[in-house]
Design a protein around this ligand. Structure first.
Ligand code: FDP
Length: 328
């Protein structure tokens, strides 16, 4: 009986993991842990909606535009509502920065944490049933609690994150996060409604053979990037590009590789957003032993001047990122 499938242990559920590892949560007052639980809960609802996207009338464009003037998809809007609701209810978060809203949201409460979130990243993949993700960064507020939110609370640099993570809605749904003590990955067991620890202490191989880039933009890349792409081909690298940042990042984290989105004629400052895309993934990459730069500078050291600031992004296996940098 002990050996039968029904008697097998489930593994460590997210709640148990958080309880067992309280020492890895800075300022251990339980608020940061609660924020992670809130994010996990909202992601389960989003996961449910993502999974039935083809079944009901939630696919396609919502008719409105986000902060970058891109058309919002219905699921983007829904995910933003879900995460905003989950993060505002408990009172731990005092401000929210989201890809989906022009300005930050001052929650005017006693909360100590500022959250930057891309509720549903990879929007061009939403209505074609390809992996998409959620990316989040958590910061400690700097100004006194109870006062209106200040610029110093919002425009913090990535090295000040106290936690960050992503949810990948893929062939299975995964949550990976760091609180500055390595990266742990949890797979969603939908019949139990639980995230279960499946990838403890994730590390990215120092080297890899995968390069992920939108090569369709090659004509508008700098000569340095063009030479680097020739180098990749000369060295028999494999190209893998989903066009969903979380999915591309996750694959490279597991297998070793580099994701790059350089400046291009269309996006001279890069395309990806520093505050709610790159910072979180840079923190995770470093915690897993990898590297993240804008081609020259460490992403986590960039001081943001604007909520929706863009940056070139090179992230992944340490040696591969360094090689790419040597061309720039
Ligand atoms: P999307 O425009 O579909 O939302 O940050 C947004 C993002 O996707 C990333 O997820 C993805 O890696 C990248 O942009 C794709 O950009 P390109 O379509 O220019 O390749």
């Amino acid at each position: 009986m002990e050996a039968s499938r029904i008697a097998l242990p489930i593994g460590t559920a997210l709640d148990r993991f958080i309880k067992n590892n309280q020492d890895q949560f800075q300022y251990a007052s339980g608020e940061l842990s609660q924020l992670l639980r809130d994010i996990a809960l909202a992601s389960k609802v989003v996961n449910r909606e993502v999974n039935k996207a083809g079944l009901i009338d939630i696919m396609g464009a919502a008719g409105s535009q986000n902060s970058g003037g891109e058309q919002q998809q219905k699921l983007d809007v829904l995910a933003n509502i879900r995460f905003t609701r989950a993060l505002t209810k408990g009172g731990e978060a005092c401000a929210l920065i989201s890809e989906e809203t022009e300005s930050y949201l001052d929650l005017a409460n006693q909360g100590k944490y500022v959250i930057a979130i891309d509720p549903l990243d990879g929007s061009s993949n939403i209505d074609v049933n390809v992996s998409i993700g959620t990316i989040f960064s958590i910061y400690r507020r700097k100004s006194a609690v109870g006062q209106p939110i200040q610029e110093e609370d919002i425009l913090q640099c990535g090295s000040e994150q106290v936690a960050a993570g992503y949810i990948l809605y893929g062939s299975s749904t995964m949550l990976a996060f760091t609180t500055g003590h390595g990266v742990n990955g949890f797979t969603y067991e939908s019949t139990l409604g639980e995230y279960v620890l499946s990838h403890p202490d994730m590390t990215i191989p120092e080297d890899g053979m995968i390069y992920s880039i939108n090569e369709g933009l090659t004509n508008s890349f700098s000569p340095a990037i063009k030479s680097y792409l020739s180098y990749c081909k000369d060295n028999n690298y494999t190209a893998r590009y989903i066009g969903s940042l979380v999915a591309d990042f996750h694959r490279n984290l597991l297998k070793g590789g580099i994701y790059l989105y350089p400046a291009a004629a269309k996006n001279p400052g890069g395309k990806l957003r520093l505050m709610y895309e790159c910072n979180a993934l840079a923190y995770l990459a470093e915690q897993a032993g990898g590297k993240a730069t804008d081609g020259k500078n460490r992403i986590l050291d960039i001081i943001p001047k604007d909520l929706h600031q863009r940056t070139p992004f090179y992230v992944g296996s340490k040696n591969m990122v360094e090689k790419a940098e040597s061309f720039i």
